[in-house]
Design a protein around this ligand. Structure first.
Ligand SMILES: Nc1ncnc2c1ncn2[C@@H]1O[C@H](COP(=O)(O)OP(=O)(O)OP(=O)(O)O)[C@@H](O)[C@H]1O
Ligand SMILES: [Mg+2]
Length: 351
């Protein structure tokens, strides 16, 4: 049995239902949960912590059925967006708080050890309200981790922080999680969290878990248009024309795509392409190993910090491409330009 399992979880809250959620985690997995607002992400976390009693389904941790256990017996920690520190206690007392119920000795050493790992050891004498948001969140993390929870749940823990603090806190969080070997479920709206922290990802919508899996699988092979859009990938529908030694040639609405995935001629398929797997060029590239060189019209450029998202039209299909802004300048790209999209066969994935 896996380290942690949710089996067919159903929770009926009247207007909202969490429906048939099942997934397993191994020890030290880092799962990020993503999905639009109102999808049921927080309800999922609150049912794992024991705040909601499911109408159906079971939750197991370390082979123990915890579905009917009260929250305090589950040994699962939780960190919210608002740090929820005890305002009249010092940072030291806040961190030591949970531990005091568990042990009497070695508290000081343990508080210092965890404070060092989260870079808050110089703040232990301070009162929480004198700290910055990032510092308060590190204290909240320390307080949750010090009791060595079997699992740590986090509901948008970094979203109240400014981008620079968020990056720093993310780094310290990763460091602490690795050091303590914690198994994590982390709800986020920030794809940076997903890319830099998680090894697994789950996508929720309307109370249902649409896809769950290893990060690469979900991002490279989104199972639906909705998921593809959510993870910025392009999905194209087509029909397999030929299979040459396991390499598929696919007809997509007036153009051909070559994929290294195996498929049967005549089969209707959907292919997914990641925006960072496409190279744009002014000329047809010479001696290139990529199987796909598509003529495209640049329809739109959306600046996103150091990178830009381009919408390319190839016949009737729209394809999203991510490029560095330096590429944009080097190629002097403008909406309306005729360019080429170059895609390796390995990056055209049948989903
Ligand atoms: N106590 C409750 N009774 C009935 N419905 C509730 C209750 N709490 C939350 N809901 C509803 O359940 C749905 C899912 O809520 P949830 O907080 O899990 O969304 P979420 O995915 O975390 O969204 P966000 O990204 O905005 O935090 C929402 O439509 C919400 O209004
Ligand atoms: Mg929420």
């Amino acid at each position: 049995m896996s380290f942690f399992s949710v089996e067919n979880l159903n929770i009926n809250l009247g207007e909202f239902k969490l429906q048939q959620v099942s997934f397993d985690l191994d020890r030290m997995d880092y799962l990020t949960v993503i999905g639009p607002t109102g999808a049921g992400k927080t309800i999922l976390l609150e049912s794992i912590i024991g705040f909601w009693q499911p109408d159906e389904g079971r939750i197991y941790i370390e082979e123990q059925d915890i579905t009917n256990e009260p929250p305090e017996k589950r040994r699962i920690g939780i960190v919210y967006q608002d740090y929820a520190l005890l305002p009249h206690f010092t940072v030291y007392e806040n961190i030591a708080y949970g531990l005091k119920k568990k042990q009497k000795q070695g508290i000081k050493e343990k508080v210092h050890e965890i404070a060092i790992s989260l870079n808050i050891d110089h703040l232990l004498h301070r009162m929480p309200l004198t700290l910055s948001g990032g510092e308060q969140q590190r204290v909240a993390l320390a307080r949750a981790l010090i009791v060595e929870p079997r699992m740590l749940l986090m509901d948008e823990p970094l979203s109240a922080l400014d981008p620079k603090t968020r990056r720093e806190t993310r780094g310290l969080l990763r460091h602490a999680i690795e050091r303590f070997g914690t198994t994590v479920i982390h709800i986020t709206h920030d794809m940076e969290d997903v890319w830099s922290l998680a090894n697994k990802v789950a996508i929720f919508k309307d109370g249902c878990m649409l896809q769950f899996g290893a990060l690469e699988d979900v991002f490279n092979r989104p199972k639906s248009e909705f998921i593809a859009e959510f993870v910025d990938a392009t999905i194209l529908k087509g029909m397999v024309r030929e299979n040459r030694d396991g390499i598929s040639i696919i007809d997509v609405n007036g153009f051909k795509l070559t994929s290294l995935d195996d498929a049967t001629p005549g089969e209707k398929v959907r292919v997914a392409i990641r925006p960072e797997d496409i190279i744009v060029a002014r000329e047809v590239p010479r001696d290139i190993s990529a199987h796909n060189v598509l003529e495209a019209t640049l329809e739109m450029i959306v600046r996103e910090g150091k990178t830009s998202s381009l919408k390319l039209r190839v016949r009737d299909s729209l394809i999203t491409v991510l490029v560095a802004n330096s590429t944009l300048h080097r190629l002097d790209l403008k909406p309306g330009d005729r360019i080429y999209a170059v895609i390796k066969g390995a990056n055209v994935r049948i989903v």
